[in-house]
Design a protein around this ligand. Structure first.
Ligand SMILES: [Zn+2]
Length: 202
């Protein structure tokens, strides 16, 4: 299965194919998160305020599981309807469907809210809708500019597959959240998406 494009233009179809492959490859690096590695530990600390072996174990489990779920579930990607477009938004996903299956329910309990408060993920899964900001983004993360189409899809997938929330957005607000409030950072989609974007380089 994986990321299925629905009525997207040719350029976006190719971008999604590339993101699907690179994202799986990146998430498959999750088993390295538990190795003792200074850069990996720093990256965990920056985005989640926690580099303990317990948290790195939980991160590793969640990201490996995300890779598996992307492979086996049909995850649709479409454009936001023209009447609902927001110039400030890159993409979105329906967060609280009434009928859901909780893909997080057999995860170990975390300092990460959704492992115990399962409420997301649907059958059929909520599609990811690409919005106006999407076309302005570069495809892949760059070491000096982590925002990308890759990061946008990673962000939306953490909502669907891990049950994250949107508490704050952007590099500096997310770094501050990691520093001040690790518990909240562990539930914030953008903190996960930036972490995954850095994992792309590691
Ligand atoms: Zn979001």
């Amino acid at each position: 299965m994986g990321l299925l494009t629905i009525d997207l233009g040719m350029g976006d179809q190719l971008d999604i194919l590339k993101i699907n492959r690179d994202l799986i490859n990146t998430l498959r690096k999750a088993d390295k998160i538990t190795d003792e590695n200074i850069v990996m530990n720093e990256t965990c600390r920056y985005w989640f305020g926690d580099d303990s072996i317990e948290w790195r174990g939980q991160l590793s489990v969640n990201l490996s599981r995300m890779a598996t779920l992307i492979n086996i579930l049909p995850i649709k990607i479409q454009y936001t309807h023209i009447h609902n477009r927001l110039s400030t938004r890159n993409a979105c996903v329906l967060m609280r469907p009434t009928d859901y299956i909780d893909y997080t329910q057999d995860l170990p309990p975390l300092g990460f809210l959704t492992a115990t408060h399962a409420q997301l993920s649907v059958v059929p899964l909520s599609p990811i809708s690409l919005d106006s900001g999407w076309s302005t983004l570069q495809l892949l993360p760059h070491c000096e500019y982590l925002d990308s189409k890759f990061k946008t899809i990673a962000h939306e997938l953490t909502h669907i597959l891990l049950g994250t929330y949107d508490l704050t957005y952007g590099i500096m607000p997310c770094l501050n959240l990691g520093m001040r409030n690790p518990y909240t950072a562990k539930n914030n989609a953008d903190n996960w998406a930036y972490f995954i974007s850095e994992l792309y380089f590691l």
